[in-house]
Design a protein around this ligand. Sequence first.
Ligand code: PLP
Length: 451
Amino acid sequence: MSTVATNTTSVGGPTLPQERRLVTPIPGPRSQEVLARKSAAVAAGVSHTVPIAAVAAGGGVIVDADGNSLIDLGSGIAVTTVGNAHPKIVAAVQEQVAQFTHTCFMISPYESYIAVAEALNRITPGDVAKKSALFNSGAEAVENAVKIARKHTGRQAVVAFDHGYHGRTNLTMALTAKAMPYKSGFGPFAGEVYRAPTSYPFRDALSGPDAAARAIAQIEKQVGAENLAAIIIEPIQGEGGFVVPADGFLPALVDWCRANGVVFIADEVQTGFARTGAMFASELFGIVPDLITTAKGIAGGLPLAAVTGRAEIMDAAHPGGLGGTYGGNPVACAAALAAIDVFENDGLIERARQIGDILLPRLTALQAADPRIGDVRGRGAMVAAEFVDPTTGAPDAALTAAIARDCIAQGVIVLTCGTFGNVIRFLPPLSIPDTLLNEGLDVVAAALTAH
Ligand SMILES: *Cc1c(COP(=O)(O)O)cnc(C)c1O
């Protein structure tokens, strides 16, 4: 049963009024000053989509330097799932930061890292012996999952999928599908990375088993199972457009991997930790991955990431082969333990489902009235609308961008995504009150009507 209060200011953050409040145009004068300094001091490659300088956040709002209060439907890309500055995380961080900030786990281990590993081994899918290793970012977790799979199998090739996103480091750029903005001009990329077609029901109209057979045939012909260390896939694609695979697609891939000694890696960096109405999205499709990568929602906003999986695979790397100076930092581990406690004991899985029960019907109703919404899809608090030309079905990135811009100007933070830039994704913090979520959707509907 849910124990989450949905209309109070006490859930997830400082006691901020849970309201959309615009006291200046966006950006206001103070934010403009800060953003001018950004252009002068910060590398142009680090762009931003919401032109504000944030000063506080909690519940379902982000407050800017001018006193505007914006409805947050993005959670900093699925990170502040428990709510921004959640009081339990603030307390855990404050306590730890006053004790010690770093020893380097590879030099002097500490209990909280081990407790995070134990928790991940327990809450990830699969009733098998598991182990974990901690890192700093999603990309770093993906890199390490590939290292582990290669060492375990003695093979080199890795298959990623169309529309996949796995990060911005060299190996993860190679795994990521989309050229602009993630890859263009940044090659050469890591070798032995291959791409297979995924299941995208709205665009390929294939059943899950048929889409899996298509991918497997291509992998067998172009890579060869005997060369393949791992396939890596997001159970629901994130940056690629919140693409939910057809039923049966992921189980068929897992079965093929098991039959061929290939490590199946689920990249749950975006889908993990209650986001989809299950602790991990793999559960929604009935699969048990060999390895799972996690980050984003894991620690309520502190940088932490993990690889968790079958103990015999995780133990393939020799001592000293895995790690990093900051991996599993004690402050981040304290935050993760508090966040996992909230996920498990404060009804957040149920809350994600409730949010899905608001998002999906409202977006489906918009779709019924407006054929420019070609598809509405997602699970729990990870839902998206795909915008198209109603006559040709062609992606409509211009409309998508215009709607997102209007929403932000009206004080509602929405994010876009998709290979074709034509998807608006909804990733609200689970601490958002229903009233604010509905108000945010009213603003989206008005923006759609205005274009
Ligand atoms: C965000 C993301 C990553 C990369 O995580 P970073 O922490 O930004 O390095 C990898 N995989 C998926 C599925 C993601 O959504």
